[in-house]
Write a protein that binds this ligand. Structure first.
Ligand code: PLP
Length: 382
C-alpha cells in the first residue's frame, strides 16, 4: 500500500476533502459574475470569524505577507513602536518593524514565557508607542497569550493594538471588536483549514486613519479596501484558494465558533494528557488556553529531530521540530483546524513507538487511553 501521509504540523494543517474539491474546480475569472458571490461571502464570513464589523482585507500572501501589510501601512521611519516577543514569531515582528525603520522597543521574554500585561503597562509608562504588536498564539512555544488583558494595557496608553492571530484565529477566541483590537492578522493554512496562500487582516477605522508614510502598493490597505467594497479585486486573486476558503469557512461556521473553540480546548487536553502519561515533560504551558500546539521536551539523551524523522519514516507522519534554539530539544504536536481526537492519539501512539525504539525511558501502553480521557473531560472556559 502507498504510504498514508499525516500532516500534523502547526501549519500548514490538514485540509478537508470538500475544501480540496473546491480548490480543484475549474479556474474562473476573478471578476466573473460567478466568482463575485464567493468573494463577497468569504469577506463576510471572515468578518464573522474575526468577530468584527470592520473590513477584513484579503491578500494573496502568506501570514507574514498579511503582517507586512500592517507594518507597511502603520509604520513610518523613526516612529516609536513596541513589540512583545516571547518566541520566533515575536522576533520576526521585531525584525520586520525594524526593517521599516521604526524605533522599536522590545518587551522581550524567554521563549516559552507568557507575556504579562503589567509588564506591558509598565513599559508603556516609560516610553509611549504608536502601536503595540504582539502574538496571540506563539506557535514556536505553544503559549497562547491573554489578548484582552494585553490589549487593555496597550489601550490605556492610547497605542494601537496589532495582533498576530495567524495560528489562533478559529481555534481560540479572538474578539476583534469587543477587545478593541485595531488590527488582527491571520492566514488560510492554520485553523481556517485551507491550503497556504491567503493572508487576511482585519483593520479598524482607527487603524485606517493612522496610516504612515512607508512605501507600499500591493499591500496598501486603502486601495484594497476600496476595491473590496465593490468586489472589484485590486489584482488577480488566487480564485481557487478563495473558493476553497469559502467552503472551509462554511464548515467552521456550521460547526460554530464556540464549538470549534471547545474542540480545540479538548484537543489540547488530550495532547497534554497523552504526553504526561508517556512520562514526558511539556514545554508549552499545562493549561486550557494552550489549545493550539503542544510543545514537548525530548527525553534526556534524545534529539527531537530523531523523533520527527522516526515518525516520518516509519509512519508517514509529519510533526514539527523546535525553532531557533529549541531545535533538537522539543517537538511540537499540532492540533489546529481540521483535527479530531484520533489525530491526537495517532501522534501520541507514533511518538511512543519511536521513543521506545530510540531506547528512551517512556511509559508504554497508557498514553493513548490518557489522551482519549483528556478529550472527554468537560472543558472549563478560560
Ligand atoms: C504560521 C505563523 C506565522 C507565519 O505565517 P506564514 O503563512 O508562514 O507567513 C506567523 N505567526 C504565527 C503565530 C504563525 O503560527
Amino acid at each position: 500500500m502507498a504510504t498514508k501521509r499525516y500532516l500534523f504540523t502547526p501549519g500548514p494543517t490538514p485540509v478537508p476533502p470538500e475544501v480540496l474539491a473546491a480548490v480543484g474546480a475549474p479556474v474562473v475569472h476573478h471578476r466573473a459574475p460567478e466568482f463575485l458571490p464567493v468573494y463577497e461571502r468569504v469577506l463576510d464570513r471572515l468578518r464573522e470569524v474575526c468577530r468584527t464589523e470592520s473590513d477584513v482585507l484579503l491578500f494573496g500572501a502568506s501570514g507574514t505577507g498579511a503582517f507586512e501589510s500592517a507594518v507597511a501601512n502603520l509604520v513610518s521611519p523613526g516612529e516609536r513602536h513596541l513589540v512583545v516577543s516571547a518566541g520566533s514569531f515575536g522576533d520576526r515582528w521585531v525584525a520586520m518593524t525594524t526593517a521599516f525603520g521604526a524605533d522599536v522597543d522590545v518587551l522581550r521574554y524567554a521563549w516559552g514565557e507568557t507575556p504579562d500585561p503589567d509588564d506591558l503597562r509598565a513599559r508603556l509608562g516609560e516610553r509611549e508607542a504608536k502601536a503595540v504588536w504582539f502574538v496571540q498564539s506563539e506557535t514556536s512555544t505553544g503559549v497562547v497569550s491573554n489578548v484582552p488583558a494585553l490589549a487593555a494595557a496597550a489601550k490605556e496608553s492610547g497605542a494601537l493594538v496589532v495582533v498576530d492571530a495567524v495560528s489562533s484565529l478559529g481555534a481560540v477566541p479572538c474578539e476583534t471588536d469587543a477587545w478593541g483590537l485595531d488590527v488582527v492578522v491571520s492566514g488560510s493554512q492554520k485553523a481556517l483549514m485551507s491550503p497556504p496562500g491567503l493572508g487576511l487582516v482585519a483593520v479598524s477605522e482607527t487603524a485606517l486613519s493612522a496610516t504612515g508614510s512607508s512605501p507600499r502598493f500591493y499591500f496598501d490597505w486603502e486601495r484594497t479596501r476600496k476595491a473590496q467594497q465593490t468586489l472589484d479585486a485590486p489584482v488577480t486573486l488566487p480564485v481557487s484558494l478563495v473558493s476553497g476558503l469559502d467552503v472551509a469557512l462554511d464548515l467552521l461556521l456550521e460547526e460554530g465558533l464556540e464549538a470549534a473553540f471547545d474542540r480545540h480546548t479538548r484537543l489540547g487536553r488530550a495532547a497534554r494528557a497523552g504526553v504526561k502519561a508517556l512520562g514526558l515533560e511539556l514545554f508549552s504551558p499545562d493549561e486550557d488556553r494552550s489549545a493550539v500546539v503542544t510543545a514537548v521536551r525530548a527525553p534526556a539523551g534524545v534529539d527531537s529531530g530523531d523523533v520527527i524523522r522516526g515518525v516520518r519514516d516509519r509512519f508517514g507522519i509529519t510533526i514539527a521540530n523546535g525553532q531557533g534554539e529549541l531545535k533538537g530539544k522539543i517537538f511540537r504536536l499540532g492540533h489546529i483546524g481540521w483535527f479530531d481526537v484520533f489525530d491526537i492519539t495517532t501522534q501520541i501512539g507514533a511518538v511512543e513507538l519511536v521513543l521506545a525504539d530510540l531506547g528512551a525511558d517512556v511509559e508504554r501502553g497508557v498514553a493513548v487511553t490518557a489522551a482519549l480521557e483528556g478529550f472527554s473531560a468537560e472543558p472549563s472556559r478560560t
